[in-house]
Design a protein around this ligand. Structure first.
Ligand code: SAH
Length: 217
């Protein structure tokens, strides 16, 4: 399919599935209309890239549904000077969306093959402000902390303490929190005087965060 046909599909997705469902932030809408989601999935899934669904990316993992990517990004109230940490690089799509908005993106992926694929893809697409690391994101990325915002794109039943530490005062953290088997509550936490103010944003379904997150309760 020609590139301009994807552009049309992408704009329809933004209008109907993202703006149509309540996302208002102008920059987020602009970027969702710009980042080419079809370049973050396998060839045979390209035709489905602009429907509002998660899609498989290998290793039993998924690229999140566009509406949820937009919703989580908007909730972080990002500025162009921000430095953001993402846990769960997956395809690299969410990282690319963030990289279009903020100054620096740091993203951690626990599965080696996905880390390698996303690293290459983000370089090929010219994202110079994204750093990808192969590690368990439970421990964050101390070297580049603190972060203005942290986005966890895998489900956990608690917020990893290291991530709370690595969040700036006034910083925002978003995570699908709760049972890692079925549904979770999208939870937005803001750090005020070292404590988290927590706001629940509705139900989502993410793949589980593996590693250390599953050992602790
Ligand atoms: N943000 C991704 C989708 C994430 S799917 C995108 O835009 O495509 C969740 C991802 O989190 C998977 O790739 C999974 O391997 C990864 N993951 C699971 N547990 C993790 C952990 N402990 N640390 C880092 N990544 C993890």
């Amino acid at each position: 399919m020609a590139a301009d046909l994807y552009a049309q599909k992408r704009q329809m997705m933004v209008d109907k599935d993202i703006k149509g469902r309540g996302v208002k932030d102008k920059k987020v809408l602009e970027v969702m209309g710009k980042v080419q989601r079809h370049l973050f999935v396998d060839e045979h899934l390209k035709e489905k890239a602009y429907a509002d669904h998660p899609l498989p990316i290998g290793e039993g993992q998924t690229i999140s549904q566009p509406y949820v990517v937009a919703l989580m990004t908007e909730a972080l109230r990002l500025k162009n000077t921000d430095r953001v940490l993402e846990i769960g690089t997956g395809s690299g799509y969410q990282a690319a969306v963030l990289a279009e908005i903020v100054k620096e993106v740091y993203t951690i992926e626990v599965r080696k093959s996905l880390t390698d694929m996303a690293t290459k893809r983000l370089i090929d697409l010219g994202y110079r402000n994204v750093k990808v690391k192969h590690a368990d994101g439970y421990f964050g990325w101390e070297e580049y902390a603190p972060f203005d915002a942290i986005i966890i794109t895998a489900a956990a039943n608690h917020i990893p303490p290291a991530l709370i530490k690595q969040l700036k005062e006034g910083g925002r953290l978003i995570v699908p929190l709760g049972s890692t088997v079925y549904y979770q509550t999208l939870t937005l936490a803001t750090k005020k005087k070292g404590e988290l103010n927590v706001e629940q944003m509705g139900s989502v379904a993410f793949v589980p965060m593996i590693g250390e997150a599953q050992k602790k309760r």
